[in-house]
Each structure stands twice: as structure tokens, then as C-alpha cells.
Design a binder for this molecule. Structure first.
Ligand SMILES: Nc1ncnc2c1ncn2[C@@H]1O[C@H](COP(=O)(O)OP(=O)(O)OP(=O)(O)O)[C@@H](O)[C@H]1O
Length: 423
């Protein structure tokens, strides 16, 4: 761990958890003063009061599980978002500390940047970079009654931007799973936890439930906490947590970005037989009609190349949401697959995606894959009908997105329902 972040980390631990070695508080005070001086990560309470006009309601950006979040401007001109822990919430306090500890370990353009923290009596505050374009859910799922402004901005979220968001979230998750100092499982990937900056770059936020993951283990058993509609079945039903739980949530998010609809509150059903976006995607996919899943706000303007991307995204999302976690690709494969498909590509790779089985829905048992079907995407083949290439892909045991060297290209908090239970 770099010295700076080590100091920041220990500063947070002492500040939020207390320093058991120095019960009189004197040494802690000295330490914090030293950290504050060298790190400039500890914010004075007065600084945050001034930045937010004394936490004025006018500055309020919203309210999450922890409490309110305020927009502020520091004296040096930086815009910040200040998250203030609501008083008296033990659960909140734990998640708050967790968020501070984990975020202090990561730095990536697709992860929201934590500038620092402040503890002032009972008040605990976290200070983040301000991300101006709101969270993805507000744009993606906005309805008529939510105002012209937001509807206009939803229209700005065209397919090219959505694809940029998809790629960015995949890159951020790949970093958390494979490149951060220790594997981090986010556990609550969903549209309301993706913030968009002024250039539509997505930033993964809300690490309250994230877990550091022991390097030598494939999964841990844990208390279940997450958001309905995004949680993998093995996690909901048995508390089995691995990086593949995040892959599942990413798959749901990917479908939501394509369709502009929530998985969990799948109202105004286009088809009476289906109860969720996942099921609808599967149904359309089987009929070779994946592109029909596309948000009606986008479909009139979509190009042939973009339609290919959409079809590929639906298939990839179905692979990510397979019932058996072993059948889901890891984020590296997901990111590679997504990177291969650009609408401007003119050359020479063929993207081969495995054929998904029915996606996993909590409560439904899974069967192991017994065939090796794959779908090959080539430029101009939007329908991308599955072809039996058993034997071509030897890794039938893991859902893969691989490239071959052939010739053509192509290709809630729904008012946040957090579930917490012991398996
Ligand atoms: N860094 C930030 N920049 C801009 N807005 C932010 C930032 N962080 C949070 N917000 C806004 O503040 C509001 C509350 O965010 P918060 O992360 O506390 O809760 P949430 O993700 O909406 O819900 P939950 O905590 O239950 O998951 C959201 O509307 C979000 O858009």
C-alpha cells in the first residue's frame, strides 16, 4: 500500500473506530493532526459547514441509506459531495466506516473518488468528488411526470453514451476484482450506484456493503445484503458470495441500460408471460429478436452496427446472469468482449460468445451446461443466430467471450429494498 493511502487508511480507522492504544485521546489527536497536515484528507468541520452553507437544504443532492448528501464548494474551488451519516443508525455507522475504509484503498477513473473525511462529535462525514450528471437510475428510469429537464437528459443518453457507460462500469468492476490491492466485491452494483460525470464517464459509488475478499478463496458465506432484482440467486438463497455475484448484478444493469427499464419493477409488461426484464430478454433472445429489447426512446435512431452491439450486449448480459456462477464470465472476459465491439471497427476479429441458458432467478434451481453452443457475431449479422460450434470452444464449462483470428469483424434502489438476512 502506498504510504499516503496507508496513512489515510489508518487515519480513518482511528477516527471512526477509535485508537485503542491511546485511551487518553492525546496521542490520537497528535496523530490526526500529523495526518491532517501531511495528507490534507481530514477536513475540518468548519470547512464543510462553509462549503455547504451550513448543510443548507438548497445544497441537498439527495438522501441515501446513510443519510443526506450535500453539494459543496471548497475554498480551493473544488466541488464536492458531502455525505453525512444520519444519527443513531448502527447499521449505517458500520456501512459508513466500511465505505471509508474501502474507498481509501482504491483509485480509478470509474470509481468515485473519496477526498477525505471528517468526524466531529457524533457527526461523521465523507467528502467525495462531485459527480455532476446524477445517478444513472434518475436518467434511465425517469418518467414523464419527473419533469422536462430529466426527460431531455434521458434522450441525451443515446446508445453511444450508454455503451460508454457499460464499458466504464465493466472497467471499474474489473479493477475492483482484479487490480485493486485486494479483491473487492462491491455487492450492490445497481443503476442508482452509478454516477455520471460531465462527460458521461460512469463512476461506481456506494461501497457501504463492499467486501474485501481473501485472495486464496473462491467464495465466502456471508450475511445477505443487497438490492432486490440485482442479487445473484446463489447469494440470495445461500449467502454464497464471490466475484460472480457482482457479475450477475452487472448483467442486470446491462439489460437495464439496453431497455431503459428496471428489472425489479417490471411494470407495463410488454408480454403477459414474463415477470422481469431478465425473463423478457431471454424470451426475445431465444426468438432471435434481442434488438426488440432496446429502449423505444432509442430504437428509431439506431444504426445497423449499433443494433449488432445491442444484440451482443443482450447475449453477454444473459451470460452474466446465468444461474450457475461457474457459467458466468469473469469481468476480464466481459470487458474484453465489450471492447471488441465498436461500431467503427472495420477489421478482423470475430467475437464468439457462448450460448446462454435460461438466466438465474432467485428460487429457481440451476442445471449445469451440457452443450457447447456458441454465437458468432460478424459484421452485418444483427440477428446473430446461434450456431452449434461444440468443440470449437473447448471451455464449455465457463461462459466465455473470446476472439478468434478469422476474418470479419463484429460482432431499485427502487426506494432501495435492501435485504439483510442470515442464510
Ligand atoms: N459524489 C457524488 N456526486 C454527486 N451526487 C452524489 C454523489 N454521491 C451521492 N450523490 C447523490 O446523492 C444521493 C444519495 O446518494 P447515496 O449514495 O447516499 O444514496 P443512494 O445510492 O441513492 O441510496 P443507498 O445508499 O440506499 O444505496 C443520490 O441521489 C446521488 O445521486
Amino acid at each position: 500500500m502506498a504510504t499516503r493511502s496507508k496513512k489515510f487508511f489508518s487515519g480513518i480507522v482511528k477516527r471512526f473506530f477509535g485508537d485503542r492504544r491511546h485511551k487518553d485521546g492525546k496521542k490520537e489527536k497528535d496523530d490526526l493532526a500529523a495526518i491532517a497536515a501531511t495528507e490534507q484528507r481530514v477536513f475540518r468541520y468548519e470547512t464543510l459547514v462553509a462549503a455547504t452553507s451550513n448543510f443548507s437544504p438548497k445544497h441537498k443532492l439527495g438522501e441515501g441509506g446513510f443519510g443526506p448528501v450535500y453539494k459543496g464548494r471548497l475554498e480551493d474551488g473544488r466541488e464536492v459531495a458531502v455525505k453525512r451519516l444520519g444519527r443513531g443508525s448502527q447499521q449505517g455507522a458500520r456501512e459508513f466506516e466500511n465505505e471509508a475504509l474501502l474507498l481509501s484503498r482504491v483509485q480509478h477513473k470509474n470509481v468515485v473518488n473519496l477526498y477525505g473525511y471528517c468526524a466531529h462529535g457524533d457527526d461523521k462525514l465523507l467528502v467525495y468528488e462531485y459527480v455532476p450528471n446524477e445517478s444513472l437510475d434518475k436518467l434511465l428510469f425517469s418518467r414523464g411526470e419527473e419533469g422536462v429537464d430529466r426527460r431531455k437528459r434521458k434522450a441525451e443518453l443515446d446508445w453511444a453514451r450508454r455503451y460508454k457507460v457499460i464499458l466504464g462500469v465493466a472497467r471499474g468492476l474489473l479493477y475492483l476484482h482484479e487490480s485493486a490491492q485486494t479483491t473487492i466485491i462491491h455487492r450492490d452494483i445497481k443503476a442508482s450506484n452509478i454516477l455520471l460525470d460531465g462527460r458521461w464517464t460512469p463512476k461506481i459509488a456506494d461501497f457501504g456493503m463492499a467486501r474485501l475478499f481473501p485472495e486464496d478463496q473462491t467464495h465466502v458465506n456471508t450475511r445477505v445484503a443487497g438490492t432486490n432484482g440485482y442479487m445473484a440467486p446463489e447469494y440470495v438463497m445461500h449467502g454464497v458470495l464471490s466475484v460472480k455475484a457482482d457479475v450477475f448484478s452487472f448483467g442486470v444493469l446491462l439489460l437495464e441500460l439496453v431497455a431503459g427499464r428496471k428489472n425489479s419493477t417490471f411494470a407495463s409488461l410488454p408480454d403477459a408471460d414474463v415477470g422481469s426484464l431478465l425473463e423478457w430478454a431471454w424470451k426475445l433472445y431465444k426468438k432471435g429478436q434481442s434488438v426488440e429489447l432496446l429502449d423505444p426512446a432509442l430504437s428509431p435512431a439506431i444504426s445497423v452496427a449499433e443494433a449488432e452491439q445491442v444484440a451482443m450486449c443482450v447475449q453477454l448480459a444473459l451470460l452474466c446472469t446465468q444461474a450457475d456462477p461457474k457459467q458466468r464470465p469473469d469481468m476480464n472476459r466481459v470487458f474484453v468482449a465489450l471492447s471488441k465491439i465498436t461500431t467503427t471497427m472495420t477489421t478482423t476479429t470475430t467475437l464468439v460468445l457462448e450460448e446462454p441458458m435460461a438466466p438465474g432467478l432467485p428460487g429457481r434451481r440451476y442445471r449445469r451446461r451440457s452443450h457447447g453452443l456458441t454465437t458468432t457475431y460478424t459484421r452485418g449479422s444483427t440477428a446473430a443466430a446461434p450456431t452449434n460450434t461444440a468443440g470449437e470452444s473447448s471451455s464449455a464449462s465457463s461462459a466465455t467471450a473470446s476472439t478468434t483470428s478469422t476474418t470479419t469483424t463484429s460482432a431499485a434502489r427502487s426506494s432501495t429494498t435492501r435485504v439483510a438476512s442470515h442464510p
